[in-house]
Design a protein around this ligand. Structure first.
Ligand SMILES: NC(=O)c1ccc[n+]([C@@H]2O[C@H](COP(=O)([O-])OP(=O)(O)OC[C@H]3O[C@@H](n4cnc5c(N)ncnc54)[C@H](OP(=O)(O)O)[C@@H]3O)[C@@H](O)[C@H]2O)c1
Ligand SMILES: [Zn+2]
Ligand SMILES: [Zn+2]
Length: 349
């Protein structure tokens, strides 16, 4: 076993604190990765605080990982020592079910092994995430990162990037598609950049009027304050697709009415309290769906798309000693627009 250390929570009410644990010795298809940067996703907070009721402790969160290959197993084909690589929300899946065979590992019928707060295929080893110095991952779940001078800004693509890219592509967003993005946080700001690169017409719905200028700078065509009833009424039946990235309790019915006939609202945000649906809004032949991260091939496609379009996240880089403070600020919506932990700060404390 390999000695590793990181920051873990011990219970739903504890802060993240220094924690020592072990990673498996790399098997023949494994890659040992030194973690350089890890983004802080709101899902890390939902899970650390057991807001979804599925948490395993101790928990080392983190699934927006960028690092460098330290060692490869004898049968590893895709990677060599020193390569820059990424790891997102999954580290394994069954490989043989319909979903896995169709590059939809996130929907694996046996349940994909998530990067943390999940069980490995042995059914008993709990996975530990990226708020740590090292990780060992099967090469099939490791992504290639092309040379970039903004590695830290690339880390959030591994979750926020793919979670927004996948539905935008699945629902065929392209030139002139009218897209609404609800919530301007980590996912929301990536959604604006990607939808803009796909040449959509992008409207951001925010509860924070102070984010208006940022939304426009990030590429939105317009910004609507969702608490402004008359501004919302002007948007009725205006959208082909609305992507809801909100992390907290909110009314989704006010957005359903903004869809055109046959338009679709896609839920990617996963608040603790689930919203209720007003069926009258659906009778206008409107669709509601959800989307969960993306498959490995699609994640690589997204990374290549972002490299081509020069898309990275707007980040606040922090040393790991500030991780609890950063989580508290994230819950208050006070981040522009993703915290990323500089993992070199772990060695020195
Ligand atoms: N489906 C998936 O695969 C997937 C993957 C990753 C994350 N997620 C989930 O997606 C959600 C967003 O994650 P994130 O990292 O982007 O979070 P985030 O950075 O905290 O952004 C969430 C945004 O939602 C808005 N918001 C928060 N609470 C609200 C409330 N009570 N009412 C209205 N608006 C509110 C805020 O935007 P404004 O200030 O602009 O209103 C906030 O910035 C989380 O629930 C996360 O667990 C899902
Ligand atoms: Zn995430
Ligand atoms: Zn499977």
């Amino acid at each position: 076993m390999i000695k590793a250390h990181g920051y873990a929570v011990q219970s739903s009410t504890s802060n993240l604190q220094l924690f020592s644990f072990e990673r498996r010795d790399p098997k023949e298809q494994d890659v040992l990765i030194q973690i350089l940067f890890c983004g802080i996703c709101h899902s890390d907070i939902h899970q650390a605080r057991n807001e979804w009721g599925i948490s395993l402790y101790p928990m080392v969160p983190g699934h927006e990982i960028v690092g460098r290959v330290l060692q490869v197993g004898s049968k590893v084909k895709k990677f060599k020592v020193n390569d820059l690589v990424g790891v997102g929300c999954m580290v394994d899946s069954c490989r043989v079910c319909f979903s896995c065979r169709h590059d939809l590992q996130q929907f694996c019928e046996q349940g994909a092994t998530l990067t943390y707060n999940s069980y490995e295929k042995d059914g008993k080893t709990v996975t530990m995430g990226g708020y740590s110095n090292l990780i060992v991952v099967n090469e099939d779940f490791v992504l290639k990162i092309s040379a970039t001078n903004n590695l830290a800004g690339t880390a959030p693509l591994l979750c926020a990037g793919i979670t927004t890219y996948s539905p935008l592509r699945h629902w065929k967003v392209g030139k002139g598609t009218k897209v609404g993005i609800v919530g301007l946080g980590g996912l929301g700001h990536m959604a604006i950049k990607i939808a803009q690169a796909l040449q959509a017409n992008v409207t951001v719905f925010t509860t924070s009027i102070k984010k208006r200028e940022d939304a426009l700078r990030l590429g939105a065509n317009q910004v609507v304050l969702s608490t402004d009833t008359s501004a919302m009424e002007k948007q009725v039946k205006n959208f082909d697709l609305i992507l809801d990235t909100v992390s907290g309790d909110h009314d989704i019915n006010q957005y359903l009415s903004l869809l055109k006939t046959d338009g679709t609202m896609v839920m990617v945000g996963l608040p603790e309290k689930h919203p209720t649906i007003n069926l009258w809004q659906l009778l206008g032949r409107r669709n509601i769906s959800g989307s969960f991260i993306g498959g490995i091939a699609e994640t690589q496609e997204m990374l290549d798309f972002c490299a081509k379009h020069n898309i990275t996240a707007d980040i606040e880089l922090i040393p790991i000693a500030k991780v609890n403070e950063a989580c508290a600020r994230l819950v208050k919506g006070d981040v522009k627009y993703r915290f990323v932990i500089d993992m070199s700060s772990l060695a020195t404390g």
